[in-house]
Structures are given as structure tokens and as C-alpha cells.
Design a binder for this molecule. Structure first.
Ligand code: ZN
Length: 318
């Protein structure tokens, strides 16, 4: 389905949330703001700025409300936030987030470990959030995504059953989500599995209800999996600048797929992202200054674009 915003692919930056919640260092609020401002200026249209979790659980996310309020002032930017429960959703609504994502682990073991809730309890949470959103005037109502985490497998359970995935996807849509997304939380996906599971879930919820993938590069298959997603019509891809986040289980592996490498691949394929790659790489170079001591990953920032590559300008001219 073509996107309403005129882009071929929406690259959604999740570094301020997924990246920062996975590293030991705390990034000061002013640096987070500078990062978000700079990426938006480079043309990134959606940024997940944080997670509405209690500060004692994730101190790095304590300023998410401030960040949402700040980022909302940036014209044309969709401000997204993760919400683990109804309380988080209430805080996100109060701050004025444009999009909220409730992560629901397909692995029930992971769900219990992560948010101490069963699948049934998470569906109830989704229903409660949908009921809250229904009380808001349309202009203040954020879009509501059910994020199916560990959709491709889980470090605690191994493979997860197809039937569990489709049952949860269907239940989330029935609960009132606007869409569902598939997350490869543990870096278990392969290109063939991406295609198979996207088709499988769409067979249950419909094509328009699944447009996004959240991929990790834990085992080096991140961009291959992104390409597989594009081939089955995925139009939103999450990524993290400099692959920030890493993975404690796989030293040397980046966390999410690397934003600048993804944008390079998309533009090299002639796809419109709305992003100025050169400016994006400049933002990436500032990242170590905002978060000293944390590793950055990826290839494009070191190698630079190929001679004669001029990003989307060249695409537009062809
Ligand atoms: Zn993730």
C-alpha cells in the first residue's frame, strides 16, 4: 500500500528509546533534545523519544515526558513513545505523544519476566488503553500500535509458535490497536522468516494493519531482514543512529539496525525517505560527544558514500 506521506519508506528513529535503554550511561536531557532536533533537521520524520516506564526501573527514560513535550514543537515530526501499560499510556497522552506502542511479547515467558504480565493481562491492558484513547477528541488521540516483540524467537523460549503470534496479533487488533508491528527483539529473524511471518500475520489482520518492522542486528542479518520486509511491502522500518544499544548477549553486535546504513541502502535502491544522508551522518558523528564511552556501529559513517552518490537528489533527477 502506498504511504500517505509521499515517502516510499518511513525510517523511524528509535535510538533515544531502544538505544539508550540498553546502554549503561545516562544521556542528559539537553543532549537528547539536541539529538532529536538534529535528526529531525536531517529529515527524519518519526522518532521514538522514550518509554513511559517508572524511573526506578529505567532511570534513562525518566525524562520521556519532557522529551515528548519538546519534540512536539518540531514541525512535521511524529513523536512516538513506548508505553508498557495503561499508566504509561496516560502519561504519554498527557505529554501529547502522536503515537504510542504497547510492546506485547509473543513469548509469554519473556512477557512475565519483562512486564510481569501474562498474554491475557496484556490484552486487557490494550483494551484499557483503547478505552482511554476513545475518550479523547480525535485531534488529541495518538495512534496506537501493538508491538509484537520476540515475534521471531526469544532468548528464554527459543522459537515461538506461529499460532501464538497470529492469536496475539488478532487479539490486539480486536482490543482496539490501529496496527500491529513485528519486533525481532533478540535478533533471531532471517529474511525468509520475515517474509513468511509478515504474510502470515497479514493473513489474519489484513495488509493495512501491518506496515512496520523493528529489527535488531544482533547476528548481522538486520539489513537483509529489512530488505526482505521491503519485498513483501513493509513501509516503516525502525532503526537506531550508530546502531546504539548493542546487545549484552552478543558483544560487538549493534542493537537495532543502523539508521544511516539503512538510509543509504534505501536511497541506493532509489527509495524516497525524505532524509538528507549527509546531514544524518553529521548527527551520527556528534553522538559520542552526547554519550561518551558508548560504542557506535555501522559502515556508512566510516566509509562515506560512494563517489558520485548524491542520495535522494540523484533519485529525484533520474
Ligand atoms: Zn528493540
Amino acid at each position: 500500500m502506498p504511504r500517505a506521506d509521499g515517502l516510499d519508506v518511513l525510517v523511524s528513529e528509535v535510538g533515544p528509546r531502544d538505544g539508550l535503554q540498553s546502554v549503561a550511561s545516562l544521556m542528559p536531557l539537553e543532549h537528547k533534545m539536541a539529538w532529536i532536533d538534529a535528526e529531525a533537521l536531517a529529515g527524519v520524520r518519526e522518532i521514538e523519544v522514550g518509554s513511559f516506564v517508572p524511573a526506578h526501573i529505567l532511570p534513562s527514560m525518566a525524562d520521556t515526558g519532557d522529551l515528548v513535550r519538546h519534540a512536539k514543537a518540531i514541525p512535521g515530526l511524529t513523536v512516538a513513545a513506548l508505553v508498557p501499560n495503561l499508566k504509561g499510556a496516560q502519561a504519554a497522552v498527557e505529554a501529547g505523544a502522536h503515537k504510542i506502542t504497547l510492546p506485547v511479547s509473543v513469548s509469554e515467558t519473556h512477557s512475565l519476566r519483562n512486564v510481569r504480565r501474562t498474554h491475557a493481562q496484556m490484552i486487557e491492558e490494550a483494551q484499557a488503553i483503547a478505552a482511554l484513547l476513545a475518550t479523547l477528541p480525535p485531534g488529541r488521540r495518538p495512534s496506537f500500535e501493538g508491538g509484537l516483540s520476540t515475534a521471531f524467537g526469544c532468548t528464554l523460549e527459543g522459537l515461538v509458535a506461529d499460532a501464538t503470534l497470529t492469536r496475539l496479533a488478532e487479539a490486539l487488533m480486536q482490543a482496539g490497536c490501529d496496527e500491529v508491528g513485528l519486533s525481532d527483539t533478540s535478533g533471531y529473524a532471517s529474511p525468509s522468516e520475515v517474509k513468511r511471518l509478515v504474510r502470515l500475520v497479514r493473513g489474519v489482520v489484513g495488509e493495512e494493519a501491518l506496515s512496520g518492522l523493528h529489527l535488531h542486528n544482533t547476528r548481522g542479518l538486520g539489513l537483509a531482514n529489512a530488505l526482505a520486509g521491503l519485498e513483501v511491502g513493509i513501509t516503516t522500518l525502525d532503526a537506531s543512529l550508530g546502531g546504539l544499544g548493542g546487545c549484552p548477549f552478543a558483544p560487538g553486535a549493534s542493537g537495532n539496525i543502523v539508521t544511516e546504513d539503512l538510509v543509504f541502502m534505501l536511497q541506493a535502491m532509489g527509495l524516497k525517505t525524505g532524509i538528507d544522508l549527509e546531514r544524518l551522518v553529521e548527527v551520527r558523528r556528534r553522538l559520542p560527544g552526547w554519550l561518551p564511552g558508548e560504542a557506535s556501529y555501522g559502515f556508512l559513517a566510516d566509509a562515506g558514500p560512494p563517489l558520485g552518490f548524491s542520495g535522494e537528489a540523484a533519485v529525484a533527477a533520474r
